[in-house]
Design a protein around this ligand. Structure first.
Ligand code: PLP
Length: 374
């Protein structure tokens, strides 16, 4: 072991990639406060506030609304392992990376994933989803990604959830990148199961995954024939810890300081107001669009369903993707995202998430890119 190790001091970067996004300074302050016991009455009160603040962020009255103590992928897994049993059929929409992960989750639960595939960069085709539901009247759930971070596409969650209702399916929604950044109304849209992450438009530290389940989803969990294969993510057990007020029982140790951080970031969202936060993401997206187009960069996604918080532009011919991103990072302390999968090397993904969605960041990104590209 080297004796020259010393405390890690991270560089101060500007995070404009697909996440994590810049964290609010107040959130970092909250994180550094003294750790208390996870069953301390003061902590129990904090947990209850976090649940209420999450209900506001999700626009839901669902009682089963809480953060899973692990990142967005664990929220995804929590939703699938609780709702899907061996033999269940799930219609899964895929138009990017994350729909593919939903497919794998369904299969690992022993379910059958009926895929509705659309081109990466295009929106999920609602008509194709309707046909898949018609062809599979025994489907238990319809699963889709609201904001596809791999491409910058916003899927039509409201219409897709209406379809799920019409065909008596549970709706499962990935809102990791949409929560706080795009209009999202869990109760109005009748979403049955939804998961998100803390490190995108909430501008909190990575490592927690807010989830929410409707009464219909809870009824489906209660009717399971097989126990949930994951002990840690079994919502019935988790709720004994998160759901019972002062009577709560030990299940696992909540990441106490991360919960302080989430509470702070949700408080900031509540103080700003959800609608204002959505509008701010839209406003800075418009401003970034003008700046990038002035540099000759073209957006890939049709503007009718472009995400404001994740901007995907084509890399101009003859430009070295890795070199540009590396210079932005080393010379400008600026992180932007690379393309994923079939889009690798062809696009950049510029995030404007949470507190990183600011005019200052837009100007900094455009001027830094201009210098590196010239
Ligand atoms: C980031 C992301 C995830 C995964 O979240 P992690 O916190 O990285 O596990 C899932 N779905 C979407 C749409 C994402 O953008």
């Amino acid at each position: 072991m080297s004796s020259s190790f010393s405390s890690f001091v991270p560089p101060s970067r500007v995070l404009m990639g697909p996440g994590p996004s810049d964290v609010y300074p107040q959130v970092l302050e909250a994180l550094a406060r003294p750790t208390i016991g996870h069953l301390d009455p003061k902590f129990v009160t904090l947990m209850d506030e976090v649940k209420q603040l999450l209900q506001y962020a999700f626009q839901t009255s669902h009682a089963l609304t809480m953060p899973i103590s692990a990142p967005g992928s664990a929220g995804m897994e929590a939703v699938f392992v609780n709702l899907i049993e061996p033999g269940d059929k799930v219609i899964v929409c895929q138009n990017g990376v994350f729909g593919g992960r939903m497919q794998q989750n369904v299969q690992r639960c022993g379910g059958q994933a009926i895929m509705v595939l659309d081109t990466w960069g295009k929106q999920t085709d609602v008509q194709k989803v309707r046909e898949a539901l018609q062809a599979n009247p025994d489907a238990k759930a319809l699963a889709f990604v609201h904001a596809e971070t791999s491409t910058g596409v916003l899927n039509d969650a409201k219409t897709l959830c209406q379809l799920a209702q019409e065909f008596d399916c549970l709706s499962i929604v990935d809102a990791v990148t949409s929560l706080g950044g795009s209009e999202l109304k869990v109760d109005d849209w009748q979403i049955d199961a939804i998961y998100s992450g803390t490190q995108k438009c909430l501008s909190c530290v990575p490592g927690l995954s807010p989830v929410s389940f409707s009464d219909k989803a809870i009824a489906a969990i209660k009717q399971r024939q097989h126990p949930v294969q994951s002990w840690f993510l079994d919502m019935d057990l988790v709720m004994g810890y998160w759901g019972k007020g002062a009577k709560r029982a030990y299940h696992h140790t909540a990441p106490v300081n991360s919960i302080y951080a989430l509470h702070q970031s949700l408080l900031i969202l509540q103080q700003e107001g959800l609608e204002k936060s959505w509008a701010r993401h839209q406003q800075h997206h418009q401003s970034l669009k003008i700046g990038l187009e002035n540099l000759g960069l073209e957006f890939v996604v049709d503007k009718a369903y472009r995400l404001p918080q994740l901007n995907m532009v084509s890399i101009p011919d003859g430009v070295d993707d890795a070199q540009v991103r590396s210079r932005l990072l080393t010379e400008f302390e600026l992180e932007i995202g690379a393309g994923l999968g079939e889009l690798a090397g062809k696009v950049w993904r510029i995030g404007l998430m949470g507190c990183a969605s600011s005019q200052k960041n837009v100007d900094y990104c455009v001027s830094s890119l201009a210098k590196v590209l010239s």
